[in-house]
Design a protein. Structure first.
Length: 276
């Protein structure tokens, strides 16, 4: 959704749940209005992860963002509402406009099936607006902009007109490596893996990048490297291609894998790895 709103990829995507680790700011300026979207990590509701320092860090990020924004877009899949969704819904501030964004409307067989669900959602929370849509349809995205605009405060723009995000190319490099990591390992690799950029150098039209994939166990290291190093090579190759497309520059990328047992439960490690 964030990528559709900004008009360019700035946030990674994955089938693996809870892969967003940082607040990602997306910026889109249309006419006289500048929209600033803040995408948060998924709120950690399941106890199975043991409430590590990483989990607590992600949840602090979510609650902090809710206090900063002017409008909340509560996005769920059209026609569905889980217990985890209910836990997140309970966090929403009562004093701010909250829109129900029912995404993936295009996969609903009959639109009339959504009406009882929308009525049930209305009973759950006094949403200010209801926006059934599909983020893959430009007309739906444009409609969302028009619905949000009247609720924004009148003030000076916070960013330049052509800005798309407040994140650096270095940050985006780490995120893209992490995206390929989760996509190519699937459910094999546990949640606790991260990427650290050790070097990011600009030499004219060349970007030299060295990065470390951090895992918690030796067995996880083997999963990332793969037989004969093939999986790690593929992670690097696919990341390099996308980085060259994103930056418009040639990219030389080196990847390493290191084991740091317990990093996800260490506040010191989290700070050193760039977690807020």
């Amino acid at each position: 959704m964030l990528n559709a709103l900004v008009g360019q990829k700035i946030s990674i995507t994955s089938r693996k749940a809870q892969t967003t680790r940082h607040r990602i700011t997306g910026i889109r300026t249309l006419g006289a209005t500048q929209f600033i979207f803040v995408d948060t990590p998924g709120f950690q509701t399941k106890e199975i992860r043991g409430r590590t320092a990483l989990n607590r860090n992600l949840n602090r990020t979510v609650t902090s963002v809710l206090g900063d924004v002017d409008v909340v877009l509560f996005m769920v899949e059209a026609g569905r509402f889980s217990l985890d969704d209910a836990k997140v819904l309970a966090l929403l501030p009562p004093d701010k406009p909250c829109f129900l964004v029912a995404n993936k409307l295009d996969v609903v067989a009959r639109r009339t099936d959504i009406l009882p669900w929308l009525k049930g959602m209305q009973d759950r929370h006094p949403f200010t607006e209801y926006v059934p849509m599909s983020s893959t349809k430009p007309t739906d995205v444009e409609r969302l902009f028009k619905i949000v605009e009247p609720y924004l405060p009148a003030q000076a723009w916070m960013y330049e007109e052509d800005a798309l995000t407040d994140r650096s190319d270095k940050f985006m490099a780490a995120e893209l490596i992490r995206e390929k990591l989760f996509r190519l390992t699937g459910d094999e690799l546990p949640y606790s893996a991260t990427v650290v950029i050790d070097k990011y150098e600009e030499e004219g039209n060349l970007r030299r990048i060295a990065a470390t994939i951090v895992v918690e166990r030796d067995a996880h290291k083997g999963m990332v490297i793969g037989d004969g190093g093939e999986r790690l090579k593929r992670i690097g190759s696919e990341t390099r291609v996308e980085l060259e497309k994103l930056t418009g520059n040639k990219v030389f990328l080196e990847l390493w894998v290191k084991v740091r047992s317990g990093w996800a439960d260490s506040e010191e490690h989290l700070r050193s790895y760039g977690y807020e």
